[in-house]
Design a binder for this molecule. Structure first.
Ligand SMILES: O=C(O)CCC(=O)C(=O)O
Ligand SMILES: [Fe+2]
Length: 378
């Protein structure tokens, strides 16, 4: 994973990160180059007699190191459509509206289920579902969607304060995704994704991850509580402010926190690359190039039985009643797997009886919903 193999010998790419100049040169290794993660291609379903989206080595990386960085599993035309629509909805870089955005998320503007069809199609894309199922060793109908938010991050000089999102503190995502604590490492309950729609060369803003190095890795000490915002620690987002606060509150662990930053690897992303990671993976967002905008879509799926993992958006049904009936049409047009991951009753569920089949058909039949699979199984 930590290679520059996809660069030609002699090619160099220079990026700036945390005020450090990082140069990447093809077919050579040096400590700085090894800081970059280059996405590796997934398998195309059906190719080489295989029908898995991720290669075994990618699954192993996610399960052991806490992430895998993958390219080429979503169609280029879908990605282009998504970027085009999202780019028109998100404020342009340099605008006053953009300057006001200093935190994570789209504020509900670009969350699933969206009027932007491409956002929904990416969220429920069969390759996304299959890859997630592979990582968790689960069947697709046993997955549940809990997050899908497409959001802009803007590069600028200076920070807005201790909650600024530009240069994040190293963290794990579980505290505001689950009511509990992640289960032991080999029982992962959820898959998180960052889908990038831009080039890191242009925008900067790589995501940093800390690869887990085996069972006794001190970075992955247990329980996972040594980060601002967890337990009685105050939440502070910005790296410098967060580490100053942490050093005051837990001086004996300041060096340990510093070691996480030293071990960071950075996603050298291109459009369509996806970082698959976990609720218990140390990672963070890093500064961007001033005057640029980076669009990413964060997607999370959990195992169906892990109800302690929260859905981060309003319930899917809350988007009903729109004049264009986008939710109703989405449900009618979805596959059984796609409906299942939204919690829709599956064929064979106790829910189905003559009355419910007739009722659901009366609600969605005019949008083309085929009730046959539910009829056959009740
Ligand atoms: O922006 C990024 O690259 C990572 C963001 C992130 O980790 C977060 O907001 O929790
Ligand atoms: Fe995060």
């Amino acid at each position: 994973m930590f290679t520059s193999d996809n660069l030609n010998a002699g090619d160099t790419h220079t990026l700036f990160l945390n005020d450090k100049r990082l140069t990447m040169t093809g077919k050579q290794t040096n400590p700085i180059e090894e800081k970059w993660l280059v996405a590796t291609p997934g398998q195309i379903p059906g190719a080489e007699g295989k029908d898995s989206v991720l290669r075994d080595i990618q699954v192993a990386s996610w399960r052991n190191q806490g992430f895998t960085f993958v390219s080429g599993i979503l169609p280029a035309d879908l990605l282009a459509e998504l970027k085009d629509h999202a780019g028109r909805i998100s404020p342009p870089p340099g605008s006053p509206d953009a300057a006001a955005i200093t935190d994570f998320g789209s504020g509900g503007q670009l969350t699933f289920p969206s009027q932007v069809q491409a956002l929904n199609r990416v969220t429920l894309h069969e390759n996304i579902l299959s890859a997630t199922a592979q990582l968790l060793g689960e069947e697709v109908p046993n997955l549940r969607l809990t997050q899908s938010d497409l959001w802009p991050k803007y590069g600028r000089e200076g920070k807005s304060g201790e909650q600024d999102n530009l240069d994040q503190r190293i963290h794990v995502d579980y505290p505001n995704h689950t009511l509990a604590h992640p289960a032991p490492w080999h029982r992962p309950e959820a898959v998180e994704m960052i889908l990038y729609l831009d080039n890191v060369e242009q925008t900067g803003g790589a995501s940093a991850v800390v690869p887990r190095l085996g069972e006794d890795d001190p970075a992955y000490r247990w329980p996972i509580v040594d980060s601002p915002g967890i337990g009685d620690l105050r939440y502070v987002n910005d790296r410098v402010s967060a580490e100053a606060y942490f050093a005051d509150e837990r001086p004996h662990l300041a060096e340990w926190r510093a070691s996480l930053y030293e071990r960071e690897r950075y996603t050298r992303f291109a459009p369509g690359d996806i970082l698959f990671y976990r609720h218990d993976t140390w990672h963070r967002g890093t500064p961007m190039n001033a005057g640029t905008r980076r669009l990413v879509q964060n997607i999370t799926y959990r195992r169906a039985h892990c109800e302690w993992i929260s859905t981060l958006h309003v319930g899917w049904a809350w988007k009903a009643y729109r004049d264009n009936k986008h939710l109703e049409k989405l449900i009618a047009a979805s596959s059984l797997d796609q409906r299942a991951v939204l919690g829709f009753p599956q064929p064979g569920s106790d829910y189905w009886c003559a009355e419910t089949i007739a009722g659901v058909e009366a609600r969605y039949g005019m949008f083309g919903m085929d009730m046959t699979p539910y009829r056959l199984n009740h």
